[in-house]
Design a protein around this ligand. Structure first.
Ligand code: FES
Length: 188
């Protein structure tokens, strides 16, 4: 056998080995990727479900919530806290405080105001001495009818929707949030 032929004999198995190794690498890689996809895909689909399907991920708190008996509200403002169940795609949290309202009756007409100051969102209080609603942050003041009387608030207190239930025995309020720092009452 010539030297050339001997050289070919010694090279041929080596090239064959390289090819087999490369083929095995690709095969193992593809198998690994396939197995990973089988394991990961369902978990990914589960975690992305609400987003992928366009499902509303937050709900609760849009309904009327009973805040007390109708006859407990009169000419002196009463603050009530509003609770609701919050539901997102993964969790249900029961009885979460979603906001507060001031309820007052003026000339036989009931009013429910959000306690959120329309200026920058501080909590508005009722001041018995002046018989006004006041905001401690920047001294905005509002009449019992919610009218803006002083300070930087750009609008009156935000009225909330309410309804009487059970033949007028109960009062229920729908709490909503509105944009702060602007003249118009715009729902967030
Ligand atoms: S937040 Fe109420 S006056 Fe500024």
């Amino acid at each position: 056998m010539s030297d050339e032929a001997k050289g070919q004999d010694t090279q041929t198995p080596s090239e064959g080995d390289d090819t087999r190794r490369a083929f095995l690498k690709v095969g193992v890689g593809a198998l690994g990727a396939g197995l990973a996809a089988v394991v990961v895909a369902p978990a990914l689909r589960y975690s992305l479900w609400p987003l992928a399907e366009g499902v509303e991920v937050t709900s609760g708190g849009d309904e009327f919530v009973v805040v007390g008996k109708r006859d407990q509200f009169g000419a002196v403002p009463v603050k009530v806290d509003i609770f609701a169940d919050r539901v997102d795609a993964w969790n249900r949290t029961k009885n979460v405080k979603i906001g507060s309202a001031w309820v007052v009756e003026l000339d036989g007409q009931l009013h429910a105001f959000s306690s959120v100051c329309p200026h920058l969102g501080c909590a508005v209080d009722y001041e018995a001495e002046s018989d006004k609603f006041v905001c401690p942050c920047h001294d905005s003041a509002f009449g019992l009818d919610g009218a803006h009387e002083a300070g930087p608030s750009p609008r009156p207190l935000d009225q909330l929707e309410f309804e009487e239930q059970q033949d007028g025995k109960l009062l229920a309020i729908r709490f909503e949030r509105f944009k702060q720092g602007i003249e118009d009452k715009v729902k967030v």
